[in-house]
Design a protein around this ligand. Structure first.
Ligand code: C5P
Length: 227
């Protein structure tokens, strides 16, 4: 398991201070909408300056027509990030077009497909997708696997079934982790680290339990110890 810290603080200054406090650990940093829209490419450069060994996951959840997604994927590859994601519901042609566009890169970023957002509960998910979360997440994961993606974003509770339906090597990145049972906030399907471990999660993504703790470094070290 590799820890991925969500940098969701309200300013670049605060996110960079958090990264600075964690720089002795070569962990993954998740740059999401908030940080990327506000702080852009320079923010990624600044993170790499703090620790060149930080791995960057650009969490922009692309969803558009295939050609537009492939154009965006190419620009993301040019940024030199290590991983990004697209929505699985953008479909098989979008997946293929994105992977084809990235095929010329020697060191292309890992590409994950978002299955079901971890903030969905069963009722609200079914209203849109007309299937249970488990069934749909598995179907999306198979589609992503068959079309050459590297893994999926899912909840810890779907990780094992997805690996069984695809491959043990097919990556699962799971937000909604409350390492030691901290407050769930708006997340509906939260798991502890112990559950994530049992379910074979490759990347636990953790935001608020780290950046809202009194001592983020101590929290990260406690997490790393238990991985
Ligand atoms: O603060 P918390 O640990 O809940 O942060 C989870 C992070 O993972 C947030 O940045 C959120 O946008 C992201 N995320 C998610 N569910 C997904 C994909 C990403 O919660 N399916």
């Amino acid at each position: 398991m590799e820890l991925c810290v969500a940098l969701d603080l309200p300013s670049a200054k605060e996110n960079l201070a958090l990264a600075e406090s964690l720089k002795e650990h070569n962990i993954w940093m998740k740059v999401g909408f908030r940080a990327y829209i506000r702080d852009g490419k320079e923010f990624i450069v600044a993170l790499k300056k703090i620790n060149p060994e930080f791995k960057i996951f650009l969490d922009l959840k692309l969803y558009d027509i295939p050609n537009t997604m492939a154009d965006a994927a190419q620009e993301i590859a040019e940024l030199g990030v290590d991983m990004f994601n697209i929505h699985a519901s953008s479909g098989k042609v979008a997946m293929q077009t994105v992977m084809e566009r990235l095929s010329s890169y020697e060191n292309r970023p890992l590409v994950l497909a978002v299955t079901a957002l971890t903030s969905f509960d069963e009722e609200n998910f079914t209203l849109i997708y007309e299937k249970s979360i488990n069934a749909k997440a598995e179907q999306f994961a198979k589609m992503a696997y068959e079309n050459g993606l590297d893994g999926v974003v899912c909840s810890s509770f779907e990780s094992r079934a997805i690996k069984n339906a695809t491959s043990a090597k097919f990556l699962t990145l799971c937000p909604g982790i409350r390492p030691f049972g901290e407050d769930a906030g708006d997340q509906k399907r939260v798991a502890t680290l112990e559950v994530a471990k049992e379910e074979g999660v490759d990347f636990p993504v953790i935001g608020r339990p780290i950046y809202r703790s009194d001592n983020p470094l101590a929290k990260v070290e406690e997490i790393l110890k238990s991985l």
